[in-house]
Ligand binder design. Structure first.
Ligand code: ZN
Ligand code: ZN
Length: 263
């Protein structure tokens, strides 16, 4: 059974294709559960260049609901309404009351693309250059998990994009993230998109920006559930590199799960 819970659309300004393009691509690949999770709009308009505008929220939800009506009865396919979110306490009511409440989204994903450090927000892709930023990222991700708003965590090992060495700091932060995921029973994602990015050279070895193999090796020691997704930013990316992610999970004997939603 193929599932993919992490799918974007053109609305985030760095993906191509609309809902139906992804649905039709998913049908061709025999996907059984397709979850849309575009980058959420934010009520204060923060980081507008990589997310949909608040004015596009309605069309996003309606396009998914139309696709549910049109495709679900004819195909063995469940289509879900989700969103990939940045956590901040001031967004809680928007996520809870607007996204989950008014618009009836099935799930929200926590992603730490940005996190507060020394009083300002910084980006995880480029600015985790030292221990201080790494620990701030970790604290933020754990606060997001503890908020109770999110169904799973996208690419928890995203810190590897800018914090290059694997050292005592990454080990401590990885244990903290894994421990929190286990204690809070929140699944962690092995993200296929990381396999599609250019590899980087660290101490004369090539590695993915993420997933970080040593992170998932440490995960072996924890009672956690792993979710595997493509993080598609183009229709042809559906399920892309999920076989690499499944191989990683299998190597470290991680428990891969599906999400269950009650109507
Ligand atoms: Zn994206
Ligand atoms: Zn994403």
């Amino acid at each position: 059974m193929y599932t993919d819970y992490h799918i974007h659309t053109f609305r985030c300004k760095h993906a191509t294709g609309d809902i139906v393009d992804y649905v039709e691509a998913a049908i061709k690949k025999n996907v059984s559960v397709l979850g849309f999770s575009d980058h959420t709009p934010l009520p204060d308009g923060k980081w507008p260049h990589i997310r949909m505008d608040l004015s596009e929220l309605e069309s996003y939800v309606l396009a998914i609901e139309e696709a549910q009506k049109k495709y679900q009865s004819e195909h063995e396919l469940t289509i879900l309404k989700g969103m990939e979110c940045e956590y901040a306490d001031e967004y809680r009511s928007f996520y809870q009351e607007e996204l989950l409440g008014k618009w009836g989204l099935d799930y929200l994903i926590a992603a730490g693309h940005f996190f507060p450090c020394d009083g300002s927000w910084i980006g995880a892709h480029s600015y985790i250059k030292g221990k201080k930023e790494l620990f701030a990222y970790t604290d933020h991700l754990i606060a997001a998990m503890a908020s109770g708003l999110f169904t799973f965590v996208a690419h928890p090992d995203l810190f590897g994009h800018s914090y290059l060495p694997w050292d005592e700091n990454t080990i401590a932060c990885s244990h903290a993230i894994l421990q929190a995921a286990s204690a809070l029973s929140i699944p962690l994602e092995i993200n296929g998109n990381g396999f599609r990015q250019p590899m980087i050279n660290v101490e004369d070895k090539q590695r993915c920006v993420y997933p970080l193999e040593p992170f998932w090796e440490l995960a072996t020691g924890y009672d956690i559930l792993v979710i595997i997704n493509s993080d598609a930013h183009a229709p042809e990316d559906i399920l892309a590199n999920t076989s690499d992610a499944y191989a990683l999970a299998e190597k470290y004997r991680l428990k891969v799960g599906a999400l269950s939603f009650t109507a």
